[in-house]
Design a binder for this molecule. Structure first.
Ligand SMILES: Nc1ncnc2c1ncn2[C@@H]1O[C@H](COP(=O)(O)OP(=O)(O)OP(=O)(O)O)[C@@H](O)[C@H]1O
Ligand SMILES: [Mg+2]
Length: 261
């Protein structure tokens, strides 16, 4: 089994976003973002379409450097530490992208094996075992040799999840995990996310519009306002529903129809 280096030391929060500005060219998307994600949280990034949720996720997982500020993994500022430390941090991170992003020319087992091949020296047979185990954990035992086009959308999401947990991550990031899924599949995915968080002892950061998910599994949240261009509400989603007076947050949390993106 691939083991993860413990990227956290001491009693610092799991993640901390500090003084982050997100800018494309001369267009400010968000400014002065500050928040903390605690170990074990299912932390939800909420906000209207275009408010910068996916961009924030990209800054947090090291894909794009922010215009200003940093993202702390424990004591380590991701964008200021050296490359070796950055690689070590990334080794402890699993990501499920919005579209599942599986390689269509590879089987599910090959897709899940990819990060294990990249980050470990395990022999091929052990890698195959890891892939099989991870697929079984997400309910896809027996589908190892299927191609992404041969399975349903919900199964593709779960295969993406199997790949995200291939290296036993300490933090799992999701961008709209339930978009495109029916409510039952979406609920199953939520349950799976919580089960995996518990069995891996991981922390989850999730961008989602899905109110059912937000209230069912979100422990903490921030709301990115597209006009104020900063966080206008933060806290437990149910508490925000009852206590937050901001009309946009209220509208977001009480809307009838659900908009996927
Ligand atoms: N690579 C890019 N270059 C320039 N502008 C970008 C880029 N990516 C996103 N943007 C802009 O930044 C803003 C935020 O985009 P982002 O995708 O982060 O929003 P979002 O909150 O995830 O939206 P959605 O809910 O629709 O997924 C948008 O106005 C978008 O047009
Ligand atoms: Mg997005």
């Amino acid at each position: 089994m691939a083991t993860t280096t413990d990227i956290f030391t001491g009693t610092r929060p799991c993640l901390e976003v500090r003084d982050l500005d997100m800018i494309y060219g001369d267009r400010v998307v968000q400014r002065d973002l500050n928040f903390v994600v605690q170990h074990g949280d299912v932390f939800v990034i909420m906000g209207p379409s275009g408010s910068g949720k996916s961009t924030l996720l990209r800054h947090m997982i090291g894909l794009v450097p922010p215009a200003r500020g940093d993202v702390f993994y424990g004591d380590a500022g991701f964008w200021t530490v050296d490359d070796a430390r950055r690689q070590q941090i990334l080794r402890g991170v699993g990501v499920l992208y919005q579209e599942g992003a599986l390689w269509s020319s590879m089987t599910l087992a090959e897709n899940v094996a990819l990060p294990v091949e990249e980050f470990t020296n395990l022999p091929a047979t052990r890698i195959r075992d890891v892939a099989r185990l991870k697929l079984a954990l997400v309910g896809l035992a027996g589908f190892e040799d299927f191609y992404p086009s041969q399975i349903s959308g919900g199964m593709r999401k779960r295969a993406g999840l199997a790949r995200a947990i291939a290296l036993d991550p300490e933090i799992l990031f999701f961008d709209e995990p339930s978009s495109g899924l029916d409510p039952i599949s979406s609920q199953r995915l939520d349950e799976l996310i919580v089960d995996l968080r518990d069995s891996l002892g991981a922390t989850v950061v999730m961008v989602t519009h899905d109110l059912a998910s937000i209230f069912a599994i979100g422990t903490n949240a921030v709301f990115l306002d597209d006009e104020a261009k900063t966080i206008t509400a933060a806290g437990n989603p149910t508490k925000l529903l009852h206590e937050c007076r901001d009309p946009k947050v209220q509208r977001f949390l009480t809307r009838g129809g659900m908009k996927g993106s």
